[in-house]
Design a binder for this molecule. Structure first.
Ligand code: DHB
Ligand code: FE
Length: 291
């Protein structure tokens, strides 16, 4: 059977892509942020994932306000990035995993999620930047992806409870996936940030810590706030925490916190990267290296 080894939760600020393109990772502004990633890469080297199921939000590259699916699941053989207007180099095309995509879609529809299935889909910085951080020397990253886009942009947004349930339905599909693959889940976005309006620049470490503290042990705690309360607590774009909540659901019932970092600010955002590990991931890390 496939093994779900853990999850990486990460912010996805475009300015990070700019810093990578300019090679300024060691400048004082950037160093504390980039220093968070080598331990994540070491963990990835140890658990050796072959496949990633990624919960993120599209920012207008693939879906715009005129057509906005609440939940969109990619079922393409590959996923290209394109110029989003941030002045970043176009990120590498990622290899898809249509068979697993369809297994996930079947499970979600069986569980009565009315999703949009996308046999062609562009991916934006919200997917590409965490991959550029996790696999900086590979282009594209050496694993197949299933992208799942959640609407965190055009209200009304899905509730946190619904996003957690979506993730739990994906967990069922992953548990039933008959292969020798090692799967990681990723959730991107957040943490607290607001890019526009009167509260532009708003961040809230108390709420961010509440989310990070509960993510592994009690993800249902994150569903006690309505979307509007999350906007109040995390900022208009801080609702991207919905992607983390869905990803946590997809990890299955039990997950242990392996690492977390939190750094304010990167651009307008409270930036974090967290790794949660399953029992299978923990066992995979302890396997002796093959000589
Ligand atoms: C920023 C953060 C985001 O999540 C995003 O998608 C775009 C910009 C920022 O802080 O600049
Ligand atoms: Fe974003």
């Amino acid at each position: 059977m496939a093994e779900v080894v853990g999850a990486v939760f990460s912010s996805h600020v475009p300015a990070i892509g700019g810093a990578i393109a300019r090679g300024v990772q060691n400048e004082p502004y950037w160093k504390p942020f980039f220093d968070a990633w080598p331990p994540v890469r070491e963990w990835l080297d140890e658990v050796k994932p072959t496949t990633a199921v990624v919960f993120y939000n599209d920012h207008g590259l693939n879906f715009f306000l005129d057509k906005m699916p609440t939940f969109a699941v990619g079922a393409a053989a590959s996923y290209a990035n394109a110029d989003e207007g941030w002045g970043l180099p176009v990120f590498p095309t990622m290899q898809g995993h249509p068979e697993l995509s369809w297994a996930i879609i079947e499970q979600l529809v069986a569980d009565e999620f009315d999703i949009t299935m996308c046999q062609s889909m562009l991916i934006d910085h919200a997917l590409s930047i965490p991959f550029a951080l996790a696999w900086p020397n590979a282009s594209p990253a050496p694993l197949r992806v299933v992208p799942i886009a959640i609407n965190t942009v055009q209200h009304p947004l899905p509730s946190a409870k619904r996003c957690l349930a979506l993730g739990r339905s994906v967990a069922k599909a992953l548990a039933a996936w008959d292969s020798d693959e090692r799967i990681i889940v990723m959730g991107t976005g957040g943490l607290s940030h607001q890019l526009d309006g009167e509260r532009a620049g708003f961040m809230n470490p108390d709420y961010d810590n509440f989310c990070m503290d509960n993510l592994s042990v009690d993800p249902d705690a994150l569903t006690k706030h309505s979307v509007h309360e999350i906007v109040e607590l995390a900022g208009t774009q801080g609702v991207e925490i919905l992607n983390w909540i869905a990803a946590r659901g997809a990890l299955g019932a039990k997950a242990t916190e392996f690492s977390r970092t939190y750094h304010i600010p990167i651009s307008n955002t409270a930036a974090s990267v967290m790794v949660l590990e399953t029992e299978a991931g923990n066992a995979a890390r302890k396997e002796p290296a093959i000589a």
